[in-house]
Ligand binder design. Structure first.
Ligand code: NAP
Length: 434
């Protein structure tokens, strides 16, 4: 039946940064896309709140609507493309579209992180496609490789830089010695960070993406609540200096790895060896290091955001569904969430730690700290005393530990902070071998 369809109708919801980018590709590459799909893709409706906003895009004014009902009820719309962002009403709109028999393409990581299972089950029930390649890593192909090319593998681990804003900030802090707020300001001036950057700098955006990747990689339903996340605002310039002296870089990593019968899923700043590939990923770039039992180590690298790169993924999803429609092949997802694999509580993870503290500059201090750590079975691999301050008679010490349980480290730090000779636990950062 290839070529029998006269056209494939698209309803676009949200004409912001990504929506405009996707519309530009759909309109600008219309002929090439029609050749790929076998039928022309025709924009039938655009849902926007402010209809005065986008007159210049070359989209006919009568295609704009403020009413979702005009999208979901439109008989000639086959594919609904959700690019509004936010959980509500995007989740409800996607749900209604699937129930209404529309295929859906979305770039919405928040909705997919929180509701993937329910939405994919609905798509399967209603025999329609639900594609979400742009939710993680912008234009970097990730969802499709996990669903297809890597499917034979038992995934052992994912170590990912999936937030360009924080990677940009960390790069500036490392390379120029900027403090966190100055690096954030620079990112905002350049358009790499939003006016309200909380979701990025607090690690939530990376946690959304990790939830999506972990679900796919380990074929299990991962709830966002089970993912530990921590942001980058506690990092200071000296942490980067000490990291460099010790042979490490600092990155915000989203980590998912097999740990016995459990999975670890966590987002936080980490020390990684400075000669590792991830340590060399600078600026707004993203990189996702995947380890499979058969394929070994694979790294996906590229632009993790922005209208061009993200449109590449969004429009590819549209094309994929359109090709299936042209060939009369189903697009409904397979549900592979069979395995019960609990997420390991953060308290139980085991890793090495970098500890930085401000102490009274006098003999015997280290012995007291070592005793507290030792009481919790935390052994020290190295200690460096840094920068004594004669005016306050304090000194900064940096301790690297051997692998230890998170719970033990947290408890030991509480007790260490109560020692009279310890002024402050200034920071602690987990260490990964990647
Ligand atoms: N930006 C990126 O680089 C990037 C990368 C990957 C994925 N994504 C994802 O792509 C999606 C869109 O992001 P974006 O950066 O394009 O956001 P954006 O620039 O804020 O665009 C969203 C658009 O949707 C409209 N909108 C929001 N709620 C609506 C509603 N209820 N009804 C009608 N229109 C509505 C907004 O209109 P108003 O402005 O009038 O509110 C705005 O024009 C998000 O899910 C985001 O996470 C973005």
């Amino acid at each position: 039946m290839v070529g029998k369809r006269r056209s494939i109708g698209v309803g676009l919801m949200g004409l912001g940064v990504i929506g405009s980018g996707a519309a530009r590709v759909l309109l600008g590459k219309a002929d090439a896309l029609a050749r790929q799909t076998g039928s022309p893709l025709v924009l039938k409706k655009v849902l926007e709140q402010d209809l005065t906003k986008h007159g210049s895009m070359g989209i006919e004014p009568q295609l704009f609507t403020t009413q979702f009902a005009e999208i979901v009820g439109h008989p000639e719309i086959d594919i609904v493309v959700e690019l509004m962002g936010g959980e509500h009403p995007a989740f409800e709109y996607i749900k209604e579209a699937l129930i209404g028999g529309k295929h859906v393409v979305t770039a919405n990581k928040e909705v997919m992180a929180k509701h993937a299972y329910e939405l994919l089950a609905l798509a399967k029930e209603h025999q329609v496609g639900l594609r979400y390649e742009a939710t993680v890593g912008g234009g970097i192909p990730l969802i499709a490789p996990f669903q297809r090319d890597l499917v034979v593998n038992d995934i052992l681990g994912i170590y990912a830089i999936v937030n360009g804003t924080t990677n940009y900030i960390l790069t500036r802090m490392a390379q120029e010695g900027l403090d966190f707020s100055a690096a954030l300001r620079q990112a905002q001036e350049l358009g790499y960070a939003e006016a309200n950057p909380a979701d990025d700098v607090d690690g939530l955006d990376a946690a959304y993406k990790l939830a999506i990747l972990t679900t796919l990689a380990f074929n299990t339903e991962v709830s966002l609540e089970n993912i530990y996340y921590e942001g980058i605002s506690r990092l200071q310039g000296c942490d980067f200096r000490y990291a460099r002296e010790l042979g490490y870089a600092i990155k915000l990593l989203a980590i998912a790895k097999r740990a016995g019968d459990c999975i670890e899923a966590r987002v936080h700043p980490v020390f990684i060896p400075e000669d590792s590939l991830l340590a060399k990923v600078d600026g707004v770039y993203n990189a996702i290091h995947v380890e499979g039992d058969l394929v070994g180590k694979v790294i996906f690298y590229g632009e993790g955001a922005g209208p061009s790169a993200t449109s590449s993924a969004v429009v590819a999803d549209i094309i994929n569904i359109a090709q299936n429609l042209s060939r009369e092949v189903g697009s409904a997802p397979e549900l592979l969430f069979g395995r019960e694999q609990p997420i390991k509580p953060m308290a139980e993870i085991e890793t090495r730690y970098y500890l930085r503290m401000n102490v009274v500059d006098q003999p015997g201090v280290l012995a007291q700290i070592s005793k507290v750590l030792g009481d919790h079975f935390i052994s020290i691999s190295s200690v460096i005393q840094k920068e004594a301050d004669p005016s306050t008679q304090t000194a900064e010490i940096v301790i690297m530990t051997h692998p230890a349980k998170e719970q033990a480290v947290q408890q030991a730090l509480k007790e260490t902070e109560r020692l009279a000779v310890v002024k402050e636990i200034s920071n602690f950062i987990r260490v990964e071998a990647k």
